[in-house]
Design a protein around this ligand. Structure first.
Ligand code: BEZ
Ligand code: FE
Length: 307
């Protein structure tokens, strides 16, 4: 009778197992040798090494890998033109923020970046200096003002600011599904690089948690809540585009922001003003209002600084 194929007891020796695992990783890495694109080869080689190291580190079970594939498949299926579950997954795993951190290389004095989020809408209306971006969104009125300068301290006139935020119930206009535009606008800095607008005082709200990413958060005992914030995207000729938020100092969710977006430099005082106190532009406000100052410094255009 021919010898029975299959493993011998020796095949299970830890040193042999390790050698087989390493050999497999190397074979996959070597398979990219013919790749003409150096950057693609570098990225794929590193990806394979890290993925294989992860599988070996946790001794990943086949049913666990199957569950992971099923999870990713469900993320794909729930994704459409309005919802991007894979970006949300990247957000809650801190990969979006790590990518920003790697690319937002410390430009001394420049304002720090944070996550973009899924609720930006191109083509929001323009408001003038001191205009109101709330367009009827519910919330405590909030006066936001500041300047845009470059890292040499020179004012940047004509910088375009896109600003957007949730209402006091924690919803962006697009989440109502009725076509409204509220709590978003764009405006431009004046000749001295100054901007100002009325919005609503930001409040905390949950990221969309009714899909696979929400299940992951629930299974791991994590909160879907984002710390209260107001989004900015600032563009100006010859300067690096800045995507960021300001966060509300004292907010309970600063330390547990579900997408790891909080940076200390972006935590801002939203100072409560008593009912009846005069407003910067003479506007009549019922009840309390807040005011925040955010001076923005744009870095020079991004250099190609990969090694
Ligand atoms: C947001 O701030 O709007 C957001 C950011 C990341 C994931 C979900 C929401
Ligand atoms: Fe947001």
């Amino acid at each position: 009778m021919p010898a029975r194929p299959g493993r011998t007891p020796d095949d299970h020796h830890p040193a042999l197992v390790r050698r087989a695992e390493e050999a497999l990783t190397q074979r996959v890495v070597d398979s990219f040798d013919g790749c003409a694109d150096d950057r693609l080869r570098t990225v794929l080689t590193s990806l394979v090494r890290h993925l294989h190291a992860f599988v070996r580190d946790v001794r990943l079970g086949e049913e666990e890998w199957g569950a992971a594939i099923d999870f990713l498949t469900r993320c794909g299926h729930i994704t459409d033109d309005e919802r991007q579950e894979l970006i949300l997954l990247s957000d809650v795993l801190g990969v979006s923020m790590q990518t920003i951190t790697v690319n937002d290389t410390a430009e001394p004095g420049a304002t720090e970046a944070t996550v973009f989020g899924p609720f930006f809408v191109d083509g929001a209306p323009e408001v003038p200096h001191g205009g109101d971006i709330s367009f009827g969104a519910s919330g405590e009125p909030c006066w936001v003002e500041g300047t845009v300068t470059d890292t040499a301290g020179r004012p940047v006139p004509g910088a375009r600011l896109e600003v957007w935020e949730a209402d006091e119930d924690g919803f962006y206009d697009v989440q109502y599904g009725d076509g409204r535009t509220a709590a978003r606008a764009h405006l431009f800095t004046d000749a001295e690089g100054r901007y100002a607008f009325w919005g609503v005082t930001p409040t905390p709200y949950p990221i969309p948690a009714d899909g696979p990413v929400g299940e992951l958060l629930a299974a791991t005992g994590r909160t879907p809540m984002r710390a209260s914030h107001l989004h900015f995207m600032v563009t100006a000729e010859g300067l690096r585009r800045l995507v960021t938020h300001i966060f509300v100092r004292g907010d309970d969710h600063l330390a547990s922001d579900s997408v790891f977006g909080v940076k200390e430099s972006l935590v801002t005082d939203f100072a409560t003003q008593p009912a009846g106190s005069p407003t910067p532009d003479g506007r009549e406000v019922d009840g309390t209002w807040t005011r925040a100052r955010f001076d923005i410094v744009l870095a020079p255009t991004h250099r190609e600084d990969r090694p």
